[in-house]
Design a protein around this ligand. Sequence first.
Ligand SMILES: [Zn+2]
Length: 740
Amino acid sequence: MRITGVESTGLFTGSAGRPLQIIRITLEGTPGDQPGGSPGSLLVAGPGIDSAGPFGMEMPAPGESRAAEIGVAVGDQHRPGAQAPVTVIAQAGNARAEHSAMITVAEPGWTMWMVSHFHYDPVWWSTQGQFTEARLVLPDEDGALPDTRTAFDLVRLHLEKARRDADYKFVLAEIDYLKPHFDAFPEDRALVRSLLADGRLELVGGTYNEPNTNLTGAEVTIRNAVYGVGFQRDVLGGDPRSAWMLDSFGHDPGFPGLMAAAGLTSSSWARGPFHQWGPADNARMQFPAEFEWLSPDGTGVLTAYMTNHYGAGWQLHTTKDLPSAEAAALDQFRSLAVAAATRNVMLPVGGDHVIPARWVTDIHRSWNSKYVWPRFVTAIPREFFDAVRAQAGSQASGPGAGPTAGRRGITPQTRDMNPLYTGKEVSYIDTKQAHRAGETAVSEGERLATLAWLAGRAYPAAALDKAWRLLAYGAHHDAVTGTESDQVYLDLLAGWREAYELGDCARRMAVAALAASAAAGSRSVVVVNGLASERTGMATVTVTLDEPGTPWLAVIDSEVAADLPAGTLAAEVPALAEGVRRHPDGSLAQVTLTFRASRVPALGVRRYALRAVPATVSTDTAPTDAGWRDIAGSTAIENEAVAVTADAARGGTLSITDRRTGRPVLRGPGNELVLQPEYDKHPRWGEGPWHLSPRGAGAGSASGPASVRAQRSPVGSRDAAVGRRRAGGVPHARRRDHRP
Ligand SMILES: [Zn+2]
């Protein structure tokens, strides 16, 4: 016989107090050996390595190979990850073989926490309505029922698995299905609550859904947590601790701080520092998978990055039998351990909209009956995070983990976890604009309605509550990202429209109430500042005069005018007049005025009077000069800080000069419009609108001429360019308003 293989594994038998590392030895029978199956023995020994006597095994027949596993005690002089020399001796009858080899010393004490889950996208290829349909499930063409189901089916199947199998543990997450399920299936509530109490079910997320927080405002992220924590904790009775952002396509750097402020203590997600699918080789990660994710304000949460993606453990489900599933689990463990900060790894066992994975509880029972370390246990995330915290700071190293030695432990990470899926920054751009318009309207409506309420008006609580829910819903990583299907897009539009209208209605009603008390009956403009800081900015108002007789209107700074003699126009504020309509007698019927409103107080108002004045008072304020006028012979405009020149030969693109230093601000033509053809899908990934897939540099407006005009008005200057792209002839028009 001869010894053909000595393989060190990261597996241990024995006991927690005296773990024995398993060495796998392969023997090959040679001519003259006894028949296969004859009794023989194996011995492994070396400095500080002891197999505690020979192990019996059945020997291979001549020409046959057989493997045996032997547990050896490894002395303290051998560090995990180090190489240790051993001698292996096989004996059967008079035959004897001896072989020298090196083994890699493994480390005991590791645990893989297998967290069963399903990822849920209520607004991807189907609408939320379709995803929550209860429908008859029919077998696929191979006769099997599909692994992916709709929301109610999924919750029912995971609950049913937990009811039948005491070792099953799992998580539920988004309000998108939790709330409909809670309402539609009251008979399940007792089971949900008992599983929560038993620590076999954890409600994760602490948010309404998995939002894409780098495309939305922080206030929407806050509300996402308010509604998420509110429902999961106060309605369902859970204890949400982990922001569960499995699939989020972008991360606001402030997100961990906001989650910490919401009372969460951890987060976990799959897409981030190594783009969409992870580092591929976990040894290449610059920092361990578990880290303290810090926002710019210095607060944050312990975070577990899913280096092998949130679908990593679904491989267990796809194997044909338990040994194959255990082998797949071991593969995952070895890969995850390379990047682990402590001797704990989390294996997310699930996928998109999937049923409970096969084998996970079988592995839990079978594996741990064979091995002391590593343990493969079904778990909920808090068990994993608690274990990581308990071990944090230890300088452990993993099985065969030489490349990562010295990089363990929890480190603070402040890096930007973007960019991710760059196509999502631009796809369905109208919905991002709608979302932002809605955010502004709802948050301003909320603040101003509070002021109006203090003045005695009713507060539109129900309307604003619904508007925030709609915005939280639209912040989903398949919604505001523009990665949804066309039918979902149509479905979502109504939500953004409704959120905007609810917020804008609250804002308008509050402004009307505040203006009514500030205007005090005179003809005036009340400028309202919805921000919590003093603000100076351009204000635009359209004034309609039903009765003829007013030649022109001047904007008067009422606060200054109050100190001036009547009739003095020294407090007149320069205003741009556009859209002038007149009565038949030539007097003013309508005008849109734009002026600079100065130092409007935080969450306050400032009144500007509109005073009737003669049509021609002076050259500067005459109505004919109150609109835009061409600056003859020039394409340059400037203020005290910068000078801007439009280049007619290069499509009206801009050069900007810092007037204080005389230096150009831009290296190339500014404000260029570039058209790029795109691949219809990503050439490598074969995927859609979440990637940017340009097919070349494209054609820019600087490649052709344009007609350019510089214009001046009472409130500022602007450059306007109209040109035609040379190739293809797509017209483009641009205007740059540049005001003092
Ligand atoms: Zn998703």
